[in-house]
Design a protein around this ligand. Structure first.
Ligand code: GDG
Length: 463
């Protein structure tokens, strides 16, 4: 690539804030940015009276960060509304949780257009644009409408559901038509690719369907492994280990989100204690679930539900010297989490649906090769395609989770090692860097846009 890499995401992380940033996308891109000249454009995270027309820029290493504030109404309709209350649940197969309002769609349109208008003047000849995730489905079509000729790639971090589910989204047709403005459309798994191709073909956009391919995302496995090994020897991890008093640790780490299967997981742990009394006072479950999107009603309701479930199970099974569940709703620093993961005999990763799930890969990378723990993984996480040596469970079924925990707690060292070796090889085979390079190579190889090629259908989509 000769020109710059231009990354566009809804939210641009502040490069000066290290440590406790939660969120898979930010983590993967930071690992993947490497040493090329880059521009990273998106929302600053601040809400102002009006959406800013001109970005604020600052330089950090070889990356220029250009951000705009969102206006209050745009934040409400584009971000809280269409992105988080409509698209997020629909893409995770949860039509029943979705809330639709036409003002939200208008806000979504407005912000995608505002992003394009603020970004277009910053683009230079030879730049390659890489747009990320469901907040920005319309951005490329808007950029094309402004005359942008750059190669534009799109990557969807979350799942893409079967088209019959996606068509439950008002304005699904417009979104699918606008997808044709990209040169490459990346998704996490072969299933997502098949679903998206089907939806695009059905929407009368077969040329867009031909641009869809799966690029499973990875982590910096070697880096995370050495971080975990180093942090394992620190005071924080020693404190956690001492507090366990020889009991096994099961760990869960997720943004507090209704797609992550937290109530079912906690119920699963409750079933373990109920059905297998031999594990009582022998295992402690630590769930780290930093609050995210706390302004969205469904997220507040989930938090209340979890508070109550944890209280009930702890009340029922606690002993004076043992509490079954430790539950933290604050973010914990990433290096500390790496050390905790290495200490845990069980990694519980049971989302109801997940594009990939980086925690599953981090848990594997963090293990001690001489004494690895057991990963219990949802069949419905993209990561299950690669990590099939995990104990795969139906995340909707608490008893299945309990059975897997029982198996994990009794698993002989040779079996733990054999399963872990196979998973570790998979985690090291696809890294954040190789994912990034693979996507960009495909984008580079895509045919260059011809004049007017994108116009008719995309214009209609955003008209
Ligand atoms: C989206 C897709 C896809 C979590 N709690 C803390 C913390 N984390 C870190 C984890 C991990 C990241 O956040 C979460 O990544 P996931 O992949 O599990 O999930 P999403 O945030 O939903 O990410 C997902 C991903 O994008 C990438 O494409 O895999 O399917 O939904 O790195 O370790 N980090 C810190 N403190 C916490 O408390 N520091």
């Amino acid at each position: 690539m000769t020109g710059r890499l231009v990354i566009v995401t809804n939210r641009v992380p502040d490069p000066r804030e290290r440590g406790a940033t939660a969120g898979g996308l930010a983590v993967a891109l930071r690992d993947a940015l490497g040493t090329r000249d880059a521009l990273w454009f998106g929302w600053s995270g601040a809400v102002a009276a009006e959406t800013a027309a001109t970005p604020v820029e600052h330089q950090h290493g070889r990356t220029t960060y250009a951000t705009i504030d969102l206006g209050e109404a745009d934040h409400r309709h584009y971000y809280l509304g269409f992105s988080n209350a409509a698209l997020w649940p629909v893409l995770h197969y949860r039509l029943g949780v979705a809330r639709f309002a036409r003002e939200d769609w208008f806000g979504y349109r407005r912000v995608n257009a505002a992003f394009a208008a603020a970004l277009a003047p910053l683009l230079r000849d030879g730049d390659t644009v890489w747009v990320h995730d469901f907040h920005l489905f319309l951005l490329a079509a808007e950029l094309r409408a402004l005359g942008c000729r750059a190669r534009i790639g799109f990557f969807l971090h979350v799942p893409f559901p079967p088209r019959s589910v996606f068509l439950g989204l008002p304005n699904a047709q417009a979104i699918l038509e606008a997808m044709g403005a990209h040169d490459v459309i990346g998704v996490q798994t072969a299933d997502d690719a098949e679903n998206l191709r089907g939806a695009l073909a059905d929407a009368g956009a077969p040329e867009a369907a031909a641009k869809v391919a799966a690029f499973p995302i990875g982590i910096d496995a070697a880096g995370f492994a050495s971080l975990a090994a180093r942090r394992f020897r620190t005071k924080e991890v020693a404190q956690l280990r001492d507090s366990l008093a020889g009991r096994a640790l099961a760990i869960g780490i997720d943004r507090l989100d209704y797609t992550k299967g937290l109530p079912q997981r906690i119920a699963g742990f409750g079933q373990l204690l109920r059905r297998f009394p031999r594990h009582r006072a022998k295992v402690t479950f630590l769930q780290v679930a930093p609050v995210s999107r706390g302004a969205v009603a469904q997220y507040r309701a989930l938090r209340r539900e979890l508070d109550e479930m944890v209280g009930r199970i702890n009340g029922q099974y606690a002993e004076p010297d043992w509490g079954p569940i430790r539950y933290i709703t604050r973010a914990v620093a990433r290096p500390t989490l790496a050390g905790y993961m290495r200490l845990a005999r069980i990694g519980l990763v049971t989302p109801l649906r997940d594009g990939m799930n980086l925690v599953a890969k981090e848990y594997v990378a963090a293990q001690d090769p001489a004494d690895p723990g057991v990963l219990i993984l949802s069949r419905f996480a993209g990561a299950a395609q690669e990590l099939d040596a995990a104990l795969l469970v139906n995340p909707l079924d608490p008893d299945d989770i309990a059975d897997a925990m029982d198996v994990a707690l009794a698993m002989p060292a040779v079996e733990r090692l054999a399963r872990w070796r196979s998973m570790d090889a998979a985690v090291r085979a696809t890294t954040a860097a190789s994912w990034c390079e693979g996507f960009l190579a495909a984008l580079e190889a895509a045919p260059v846009a011809e004049a007017g090629r994108y116009s008719p259908r995309c214009r209609r989509a955003i008209a």
